[in-house]
Design a protein around this ligand. Structure first.
Ligand code: TTP
Ligand code: MG
Ligand code: ZN
Length: 217
């Protein structure tokens, strides 16, 4: 028999919100933060400096926003939290996929120290390759919410961001980071996501082409 009440004593964990673009990750982050205000819970929002779409704020597609502190290196989050007069009970990070991989240790250190950490991040890039930062955070997170958008081709769950250059899917060799919005990105399901120049091992390529043909008959 436990000699103590095992419920509700330790605080500190990681909540990851991930998915493709146009899925409402920032919106979900802002919703979780808004709830905290009603309960008078202190929080601080951070974002990596690389995203130039909105300066010093995170924005949802429905027009909501929150002030956000921009960082170049994730250790600046720890410095800021330490120096803040009110120690935050929650730390939120948007666009975490753009941060240095040390963000994973920073999230862990915060959670181990009693802070609740909300992280919003793209799970995959336009090539359908994982963002390693997000993949690693998903290993450590206590809670994962995976959001999807709507495939702009067929209406199925849109799970992969597609980068468009002059209306055509971007080549595999395009740089991973390119800040943009609807003018340069859309979202597709697995069946309608194309990456010109993506090379697959022969057994994979052969299976995918021959099997799809045979079940279509
Ligand atoms: P997000 O906030 O993920 O996009 P969003 O606002 O559409 O999504 P949500 O509503 O779910 O919050 O921002 C993605 C940023 O990342 C955007 O500036 C484009 C950029 N980006 C890349 O640089 N490389 C990539 O491969 C992809 C898919 C996006
Ligand atoms: Mg967003
Ligand atoms: Zn589709």
């Amino acid at each position: 028999m436990a000699k103590f009440n095992a419920f509700g004593k330790e605080k500190g964990w990681i909540e990851l919100i991930c998915g493709p673009m146009f899925a409402g990750k920032s919106e979900e982050l802002l919703r979780r933060l808004k709830r905290l205000e009603y309960a008078d819970v202190s929080y601080i929002v951070f974002k990596p400096i690389v995203d130039t779409r909105s300066k010093k704020e995170i924005k949802s597609r429905d027009g909501r926003s929150s002030y956000a502190i921009e960082f170049e290196h994730p250790y600046q989050i720890l410095d800021y939290v330490k120096k803040n007069i009110v120690l935050p009970q929650v730390v939120a990070i948007d666009e975490a996929q753009f941060a240095d991989t040390s963000i994973v240790d920073v999230c862990e250190a915060l959670a181990d120290s009693g802070v609740i950490v909300y992280v919003a991040a793209l799970d995959r890039d336009f090539k359908n390759e994982p963002f390693m930062v997000t993949a690693k955070i998903s290993c450590y997170a206590e809670h994962i919410t995976k959001l999807s958008a709507v495939c702009t081709e067929c209406g199925a769950p849109g799970t992969i961001s597609l980068r468009l250059i002059n209306g055509m899917p971007a080549h595999f060799d395009s740089p991973v980071v390119q800040i943009g919005n609807q003018e340069s990105y859309t979202v597709r399901c697995r069946h309608h996501h194309k990456v010109p120049g993506k090379v697959y091992d022969l057994p994979i390529k052969e299976f995918k082409t021959s099997y799809k043909k045979s079940i279509k008959k």
